[in-house]
Design a protein around this ligand. Structure first.
Ligand code: IPM
Ligand code: MG
Length: 369
């Protein structure tokens, strides 16, 4: 198979970890006889420095001509004081919108060997395998107006807007994934307060009629936040709007022990995908060879699975990560009491070595979907 991949490393640790994902994908390509080519472009702060805009035209067109996109992370203190329309985060929001990436999949898998790096009791964190499906191109992130008002600019407005069609397509994704997983869908909203959530609930109930095998549960976002760390095993697929999904996915990372373990896939209606870790650019540790590259590498695995339908190849990466952890290697963020702490580059090499050796299955339950 021949595929062109656009790589947007971004800022901070984004650059270090993107390099790792590319190297791992090259190793997979070699082993299975695929030809992956990588073309690079700037986004976020790096793009602002180069061309005064967080999402340059040529970056967008490179993505549009590619088969899939790998993105590192954006942002850093250097750009924090810029006006809101040219901040690095704008680039991220713009690329999601421009590419129509409305469905953000965030699988959360509790790796056995990381149980002790989670602040949750092992019996709560173990065997967790859930997926948060976050709406990514609507809601408060994009609603207009979003501004300060009044004579003294002392009134602020943000707008939470969704069309029925936008809700339908993300809810449909929720049901699709619940159907290929364990037939359980939790729809998270705030229907006791928000009109948008009341329409969301209506849509979920309508779509549910077409998926009689899927058990549907409605949950308020505050209750979901609590349940996610008190009894995460209750969840299979969670579908929710943009801001709720942003917040709940950071919270869910606690189950895995580190935000550095969470990959994500963002898909458009035609199946086009962008793959990025859930974490940010971590400017405090950038350039120090301390970043955990695993969320980025696992995002590469999701790319193989969802964009190229290369399931076996994707699972090899997932197993290589698991085997490396099982062998006792860890990055500093994992705070394990036993094992060996290694830097970003060494962790990447250890994972590549296992890809080259064809890491064997250790446990079915730990494999992502
Ligand atoms: C995420 C991030 C982004 C978001 C930020 C960086 C704009 O937190 O991908 O979860 O809020 O979507
Ligand atoms: Mg976030």
């Amino acid at each position: 198979m021949k595929k062109n991949i656009a790589v947007l490393p971004g800022d901070g640790i984004g650059r270090e970890i993107a390099k790792g994902a590319v190297a791992v994908l090259e190793a997979v390509g070699k082993r299975f006889g695929h030809e992956f080519t990588f073309e690079y472009a700037n986004i976020g702060g790096a793009a602002i420095d180069e061309s005064n805009t967080p999402l340059p035209e040529q970056t967008l067109s490179l993505c549009q001509q590619s088969d899939a996109v790998l993105l590192g992370a954006v942002g850093g203190p250097k750009w924090d004081s810029l006006p809101s329309d040219i901040r690095p985060e704008r680039g991220l929001l713009a690329i999601r919108k421009e590419l129509g990436l409305f469905a953000n999949l965030r699988p959360v898998v509790g790796f056995q060997s990381l149980l002790h790096s989670s602040p949750l009791k092992p019996e709560i964190a173990e065997d967790v395998n859930l997926m948060i499906i976050r709406e990514l191109t609507g809601g408060l992130y994009f609603g207009k107006p979003s501004e300060r008002r009044g004579a003294n600019q002392e009134v602020v407005v943000d707008t939470l807007q969704y069309t029925r069609a936008e809700i339908e397509r993300i809810v449909e994704k929720g049901f699709e994934f619940a159907s290929i997983r364990n037939n359980k869908l939790t729809s998270v909203d705030k229907a006791n307060v928000l009109e948008s959530s009341r329409m969301w609930r209506e849509v979920v109930n309508e779509v549910a009629e077409r998926y009689p095998q899927v058990e549907v549960e409605h949950m308020y976002v505050d209750a979901a936040a609590m349940k996610l760390i008190s009894n995460p095993k209750e969840f299979d697929v969670i579908v929710t709007e943009n801001l709720f999904g942003d917040i709940l996915s950071d919270e869910a990372s606690i189950i895995t022990g580190s935000l550095g373990m969470l990959p994500s896939a963002s898909l458009a209606e035609d199946g086009f995908g962008l793959y990025e870790p859930v974490h940010g650019s971590a400017p405090d540790i950038a350039g120090q060879n301390k970043a955990n590259p695993m969320a980025m590498i696992l995002s590469g695995a999701l790319m193989l699975k969802y964009s190229f339908n290369l399931k076996e190849e994707a699972e090899l990466i997932e197993r290589a990560v698991q085997e490396t952890l099982k062998a006792g290697y860890q990055t500093p963020d994992l705070k394990l009491t036993e094992g060996k702490v290694v830097g970003t580059d060494e962790m990447i090499d250890l994972i590549i070595k296992r890809v080259e050796e064809g890491a064997t299955v250790s446990s079915e339950a730990d494999v992502y979907m």
